[in-house]
Design a protein around this ligand. Structure first.
Ligand SMILES: Cc1ncc(COP(=O)(O)O)c(C=O)c1O
Length: 491
């Protein structure tokens, strides 16, 4: 089947244009054991997809494994675990995806920088707030990522990794987040080791905390305020700190321009070019080793979209850096703190469908699942985020012959809001009909933030994890123990 992997759209084209009866195509479609319903909201093929979906055509693609930037999940993998006694919901975790993505990102970025004639070295710094599981953080670390932390606890976690790490002197840790006293103490302690630790001044209050606590010659980073954002140190304050003597400009090792928005950021950052030139002049730029473009690379819904978004981002980034270079502002190393793009695809979450119901006169169904969109996939609830949903059934799918049902998923808490997707958008999923036999729904790209942001509404606790090793073996780790949880509440 591998020759099919690169061409799902060709298959679709053929299908849509009516040649679906052509036996080879029918045969290929019938071999697909994973049905992915694409949502058109963020898709570059938005209009065409919308048109196809309106025609109630179901769009089938294989979750592709190309470049090892994804883990392919199949019905038989899930079923084997369930037969061994693991209950859904559970998470599939593939740390190798993180490692491959870091490597891929760095390689692609360097290619784009060179194309634009920018000589800087490129480095990924892994924002560990995306996912605290050891395998994920270590995968990034072993792929050569530096680290971005945002609190004293995150720094503790890194100290654990450093206990056995080699080449510590090659590692740089950037410390964002408000610098409360315990955090500053940990930063100072770690600065005494071989590791380079750079606190990043987030805003005026944060800067004052750092000036009070840190030696007056210790290295610093500055998060610059990007137009339109309320974060970062505004340019006039930076100048004030330098002119008043609070900040020796030779301490500044890093300039950071992170914007958390999941859209393309370089419009905002481009507006900073003249500011950056002025800053470079004021602070004597030759001390600044790192220019940090922050995170914000979006995760696409399909592999093709995902890689296109990355390319688009890197092209814009490289053009931005070339423009800076034309203003004689060049940095030895450019840092990306891409979090979501690197980590999301490393995890898939499996729910089971446990029943379905339909209101009289309605054309859509509610499928009840054993997970929740308030606890397990909280971005669905908070941000109206959409996920790639794959239906996995025991029999081979025959999408050409099975009529799809319009479906909303009803979450386990039975809260009014625990529904996916949001019915007010009138854009239900199209799923193969549930008929009481095992029926799994796999939510792709859930690896970033979902577990860290999750809550325990109705005491629904973090799910077990099936962790793949490099050689494709897996082991299961429970992430919640009843007694521990009860003791947290005084029981
Ligand atoms: C300082 C910093 N860097 C990087 C990131 C990661 O952003 P993303 O996951 O959007 O790439 C964040 C996220 O909030 C952040 O605050």
């Amino acid at each position: 089947m591998s020759y099919l992997l690169g061409c799902p759209l060709i298959l679709l084209e053929a299908w849509i244009s009516g040649v679906q009866t052509f036996p080879v195509i029918r045969n290929l479609v019938e071999q697909i054991d994973c049905l992915t319903i694409l949502h058109c909201r963020f898709c570059h093929l938005k209009h065409r997809l919308a048109e196809w979906i309106n025609k109630s055509l179901v769009i089938c693609i294989l979750r592709m494994n190309a470049k090892d930037l994804y883990q392919r999940i199949t019905f038989s993998m899930i079923n084997a675990l369930v037969e061994e006694g693991l209950e859904t919901p559970f998470v599939f975790c593939t740390p190798k995806v993180v490692k491959n993505r870091v490597t891929y990102l760095v390689k692609r970025a360097l290619t784009e920088l060179r194309k634009q004639g920018v000589p800087s070295y490129f480095q990924h710094a892994h924002p560990i707030k995306t996912n605290y599981h050891r395998e994920i953080v270590e995968a990034a670390f072993h792929a050569g990522s530096w680290i971005e932390v945002g609190s004293v606890m995150e720094l503790r976690l890194i100290e654990k990794i450093l206990e056995n790490a080699e080449n510590k002197d090659e590692l740089v840790i950037f410390c964002n987040g408000l610098k409360l006293p315990s955090y500053l103490e940990s930063i100072k302690k770690l600065q005494k080791s071989e590791v380079q630790v750079i606190p990043v001044l987030e805003n005026v209050v944060d800067a004052r905390q750092v000036f009070r606590a840190m030696p007056s010659d210790s290295p610093l980073g500055i998060r610059l305020r990007v137009p339109g954002s309320r974060f970062g140190l505004p340019y006039p304050y930076l100048l004030d700190f330098i002119h008043s003597g609070d900040l020796m400009s030779s301490r500044i090792k890093l300039l950071q321009v992170h914007v958390t928005d999941q859209t393309f950021l370089f419009d905002a950052q481009r507006k900073m070019i003249s500011n950056l030139k002025a800053i470079a002049y004021e602070i004597n730029i030759e001390h600044v080793e790192f220019f940090d473009v922050g995170g914000g690379i979006p995760q696409g819904l399909t592999q093709q979209q995902d890689l296109e978004m990355l390319d688009h981002y890197l092209i814009q980034m490289s053009e931005f850096l070339r423009n800076l270079q034309e203003q004689e502002v060049v940095f030895p190393t450019v840092i990306s703190e891409a979090g979501r793009w690197v980590v999301s695809a490393a995890e898939n979450l499996v729910f089971s469908v446990i029943g379905k119901e339909q209101e009289v006169g309605e054309e859509f169904w509610y499928y009840h699942v054993d997970g929740s969109f308030i606890t397990d996939l909280i971005d669905a609830f908070l941000l109206d985020h959409r996920w790639t949903v794959s239906a996995m059934l025991p029999h081979k799918m025959t999408p050409l012959s099975v009529p799809m049902e319009k479906v909303y998923l009803s979450g386990l808490t039975l809260d009014e809001k625990d529904v996916y997707p949001d019915p007010s958008r009138n854009d239900p999923l199209r799923l193969p009909p549930f008929d009481e036999s095992p029926y799994y729904l796999v939510f792709g790209n859930v690896g970033a933030y979902q577990e860290n942001l999750r809550n325990m509404h109705n005491f629904h606790v973090p799910r077990p994890r099936v962790i793949f090793t490099e050689d494709g073996e897996y082991h299961v780790r429970q992430t919640a123990f009843v007694d521990d949880l009860l003791s947290r509440f005084g029981w």
